[in-house]
Write a protein that binds this ligand. Structure first.
Ligand code: SAH
Ligand code: SF4
Ligand code: F3S
Length: 471
């Protein structure tokens, strides 16, 4: 850090905060922990950056545009600090695990007061205290950690659904991906600690949990022989008041029959799997270090569909990975058609400095990437449209989540298969499981009408949420 930047400043205590979260659910869950720690210190939320005392930017580095958005945000605080001079600006998350980014911040963004990383968020109260007492810019980033700090306070966004991180880190080193460098190696939480957390959530009125990990299928590999993801699902399925168990993300290479059987057998585990395939070309998958082939994908998807009735499968795709030819792209289209994914997140390959793919030959021109993503979306949208048509006039179980963005008189919620449903209803329905009749099926969402308030668990087969209305 350059000496002239080490200026001390007098800080007036303003115990309000605003957290801006970028990136994945893992970051959202970390932000809930930061909010929990701040509330424990007596802080309250104030989202107006002109008035708030503390802003935390929890950053993501997965693609270049994620980095750019964060730098844009940090830049804007130069002006904000002129009208709100006591504001403390803290930056944390995945971008901070890269020394060159921290260097760039110390060199060019004097408005940043506090920097910490993904491995030491539990230190945040101590770092904030140090900053408040010294008034000097503070940078503390740990390279890695082999433990998970338990029992951090958590300020959860929703009372009826919650994220539960079951493991940190990733050991896979897919050649395009920055995450193993920003989140370190896999560390699983003890199953009993996860069970206790989910049980406490259930006792508190939470009905849906989403188990988080970069590759939940390798959960427990570091814990011993009798613990794995399948056993965890079976254990959590016994918690009475939990009605829905979701998880993400599943890596196809580790999606064993044992896991598929557990999903099929556990009535609370939703019939929905997010299974990122990234590409359908075996040649590209090898260059990506994904450790499965086109045949493996098609076989796993077939097995999932046979074993789990009514299952929805979504995926992630990267278009324009280095060396991807038109023939490779056609292989991806072939797999999409064979697997009939309910939907997909599609990404243009983005160079991440420090990853092996960044220096591979044959980087694909941007216009070719765009053309492929557009052609890919055409195929995906047609499949989504056709699958969603099957929901027309069906009665589905929906967990009502929040007022619809476009029309406050309507609510949005999700089926067990993860489909977004818009339906008429008022705020008193939020957090309830309802039976909803689908009146219009669109490509990206469904419209419906409530036919029964508060569906009791077991009213319909939780693994088949598409029961004909007149049955
Ligand atoms: N652990 C998850 C993925 C987490 S990152 C898994 O393996 O499935 C979320 C998604 O971002 C990935 O599935 C991938 O599709 C995309 N992604 C990651 N790195 C990328 C890059 N360099 N360029 C474009 N997309 C990328
Ligand atoms: Fe990235 Fe691959 Fe790990 Fe997923 S499994 S986080 S894509 S390295
Ligand atoms: Fe982004 Fe880090 Fe998640 S890089 S996708 S916030 S693990």
């Amino acid at each position: 850090m350059s000496r002239k930047k080490e200026v001390k400043r007098e800080i007036k205590q303003n115990k309000t905060y605003c957290i801006k979260t970028f990136g994945c659910q893992m970051n959202e869950n970390d932000s809930e922990k930061l909010a929990g720690m701040l509330k424990a210190l007596g802080y309250t939320e104030e989202d107006d950056v002109e008035k708030t005392g503390l802003v935390i930017l929890n950053t993501c580095s997965v693609r270049e545009n994620a980095d750019e958005r964060v730098f844009g945000n940090i830049g804007a605080f130069k002006t904000v600090k002129k009208t709100n001079p006591d504001l403390i600006l803290a930056v944390c998350g995945c971008m901070m695990q890269q020394p060159e980014i921290v260097n760039q911040i110390t060199r060019t963004y004097p408005q940043v007061d506090l920097v910490f990383g993904t491995h030491n968020i539990h230190q945040f109260p101590e770092l904030l205290h140090n900053y408040l007492t010294n008034g000097k810019r503070l940078i503390e980033v740990w390279e890695d950690s082999d433990t998970i700090v338990e029992d951090l306070p958590m300020d959860r966004r929703y009372p009826f659904k919650a994220f539960v991180t079951i493991m940190n880190g990733c050991n896979n080193f897919c050649t395009y991906c920055i995450v193993p460098y920003t989140r370190g190696r896999e560390v699983s939480r003890e199953p009993d600690r996860i069970f206790d957390e989910v049980k406490a959530l259930a006792d508190d009125g939470c009905v849906e949990v989403t188990l988080l990990g970069q590759n939940v299928n390798s959960y427990g590999n570091d814990l011993g022989e009798d613990v794995n993801f399948a056993s965890l699902l079976r254990q959590l399925n016994t918690i009475e008041k939990i009605k829905r168990i979701r998880f993400m993300t599943s890596h196809p290479k580790d999606l064993t029959d044992e896991v598929i059987d557990a999903i099929a057998d556990c009535e609370k585990v939703c019939n929905y799997i997010h299974l990122p395939i990234q590409s359908g070309s075996t040649r590209i998958l090898k260059k990506m270090n994904r450790k499965y082939t086109q045949e493996n994908i098609i076989e796993r998807v077939k097995k999932i569909k046979e074993r789990i009735p009514g299952v929805a499968i979504t995926t992630d795709l990267i278009l324009g990975f280095p060396g991807e030819t038109e023939a490779d792209f056609q292989e991806t289209l072939k797999v999409i058609k064979a697997c009939e994914f309910d939907s997909a997140f599609t990404f243009l390959y983005s160079i991440r400095t420090g990853t092996p793919a960044a220096t591979m030959d044959d980087q694909i021109p941007e216009d070719v990437k765009h053309d492929r993503i557009n052609r890919c979306l055409e195929v995906l949208h047609q499949i989504s449209h056709d699958i969603n048509q099957g929901y027309q006039d069906q009665i589905v179980e929906v967990l009502a989540e929040e007022p619809s963005r476009n029309n406050p008189k309507r609510l949005t919620g999700r089926t067990r298969t993860g489909k977004l449903v818009n339906f008429s209803g008022d705020a008193s329905n939020i957090g309830k499981q309802l039976l909803v009749k689908i009146t219009a099926a669109k490509t990206f969402s469904l419209d419906g009408e409530i036919i029964e308030q508060e569906a009791t668990h077991g009213t319909i087969d939780p693994h088949d949420d598409s029961i004909p209305a007149n049955s």
